[in-house]
Write a protein that binds this ligand. Structure first.
Ligand code: DX5
Ligand code: ZN
Length: 209
């Protein structure tokens, strides 16, 4: 499995230091949540922060765009240091222009699906993206409870995509439920609250399988 700690739950006053702790814990990815106040109610951060932390780490920057018109920002996010860019199927009429933009830059393309959107919305595109992100909370806030009903969607994705495809799960993962999330078929696990509350290195070790 790949663990992708979500810095939404980090202490931004000491962000670089906390990212070093993520590295020491052994994680290889960093999940970076970009929110615009339109696609989701919340606003987080974007290019200047990504660019700043890029100087301090070689971790894989897994950028999750929770924004309208994602295609307008893909180049800027990649210029800031993204290694992978995931956008929402609900934010676009046709995902292909965004997929092509990401791939043309040689980056990993991810397609995200919110809890209430049926799996059928993303199945037609699984051969054209590198990863599907199944949201297990409503996008917009950290610290919410994992929606177990999304496990059916994860199982359907795994059946359709085969065993090596990247299926990411984001929202509400804890030390208690991570094994059932993996059993459903996820292999890329985002964790925010559960990594950044308390001892970051220890938490990452406890979550790693
Ligand atoms: C929610 C974000 C998540 C969030 C996860 O909209 O996409 O990445 O940071 O946080 P936890 O692990 O606290 O649910
Ligand atoms: Zn996220």
């Amino acid at each position: 499995m790949i663990l992708s700690p979500s810095i939404l739950a980090a202490d931004f006053g000491i962000l670089a230091e906390q990212i070093k702790q993520v590295e020491r814990g052994g994680a290889k990815w960093l999940h970076i949540d970009v929110m615009d106040g339109h696609f989701v109610k919340n606003i987080s951060f974007a290019m200047p922060v990504i660019k700043s932390i890029r100087k301090y780490t070689d971790l894989f920057f897994d950028v999750h765009l929770m924004i309208d018109d994602p295609g307008d920002y893909i180049d800027a996010v990649i210029d800031s240091g993204a290694d992978g860019v995931t956008f929402h199927i609900e934010a676009v009429d046709d995902p292909y222009p965004c997929i092509e933009k990401i791939k043309r830059r040689g980056k990993q393309a991810g397609l995200s699906v919110s809890p209430d959107t049926p799996v059928e919305a993303v199945l037609p595109y699984i051969n054209d993206v590198d990863m599907v992100l199944a949201m297990t909370v409503y996008p917009g806030l950290g610290g919410q409870k994992y929606m177990t009903r999304v496990n059916d969607k994860i199982r359907a994705l795994r059946r359709a995509a085969g065993e090596n495809f990247l299926i990411q799960v984001d929202g509400g993962v804890t030390k208690e439920n991570i094994d059932s999330v993996l059993a459903a078929g996820a292999n890329v696990i985002v964790a925010g609250t559960c990594v950044f509350t308390g001892d970051i290195e220890r938490n990452i070790k406890d979550l790693s399988r």
